[in-house]
Design a protein around this ligand. Sequence first.
Ligand SMILES: [Zn+2]
Length: 384
Amino acid sequence: MKTNARIRKMLGRDLLAELEHHLHPLDCQTCGGPFRGREPTLAVHSEGELTTVALHHRKCLKPGCYGPLQTSLHKSWRCSALLLEEQSPVFFVVNPSCETVQIETTGNGWRITSLDMYWNSGLSATLVPSVMPPETLIATLDGKRLTVTFTPVGTSLPFTWAVGGLGERTMKAIDSYATIAVVVTTALNGGPVRGLRDVTEPIAKGWAASGMARVHFTPETQRLRFTDFDPNTIADLFGVLKGIIKNRLGVELEDRPALAAFATCDGKYDMLPLLSGMDRYLSMLLVASVYAPSKTKGTPGEGVHIVMPDQEVDTVVKMFQTVFADLDGFATGRLPDDYATADIAIGTLDQYNACPTGRGRLLITDRVTVTAEQRAPYRRVVDI
Ligand SMILES: [Zn+2]
């Protein structure tokens, strides 16, 4: 980085050495153009208490001290999503400002304050924070694209970072944990994060802030599909349930409800709404049965939730309980009481609204409308 005598005297050798780790020459902060390997110049921008160090092209700005940085439009961010090991949440590592660093005077030197906003919003200094997500961090999975939004406490202006082209295993891990670990660090250069060390080193040096982010899913991502469960596995399960239904309810499972359930599991939602009465309930039971046992054991609020018209809830709960009696992984209860513990919890819209805003593996809404906010945390959603 090109400096001058005034900057060297003002910032001191220690800070200049440390800045090398936090300033990454991607785009010029005057014109927005790339550096393409050319040495950037370093400029100090002051505005009252606020001091920003930024990189510019030599032809755009000479090294020196200036007034406020005219625009933050050219600030680059870089992020990566990586699955560091099996059985662990996905890490989303982001450098929110590659070419600028915030500093403040300590009286006898300087302190880098770029991450203060994150500490002040509840992010922590450890690798995997034990606390549940601060609501300041929300992740959204849209197909193969993962977006993280950070809204600093006390503001309503979010920062948004996104990474696309996620691999199958990464997407599956996001899906199964429904939370990710977000690591914000200014020590990450423009290249992709390659391994655990790229994450642990900044953390160890105090150059990173981390927090867990709850994952929301977009409606298209929430559609059921045969990649969730193999069609043969589903067909086998339906075959077993056909026998149990005959035994316990004394009714024959006809082709129509079975085919409608099968199509629903492949994201084709137009057949099931055409059914009524017992056929409709049986079809819903089949769909619920595919997703119910795969809940994350021991984690509250991970079951299948069904919301339906008031007068039908009692009938359907009784029917499900009769069919699933003694079957492990299909415990059927009621909303809101069994919301967190049942494999399948059924209730009216009022009862559902009395539940904590939570999440689950599958939400089935039958002739009722829940809010976008209530739907977002579910991995899968079926509207009948
Ligand atoms: Zn420039």
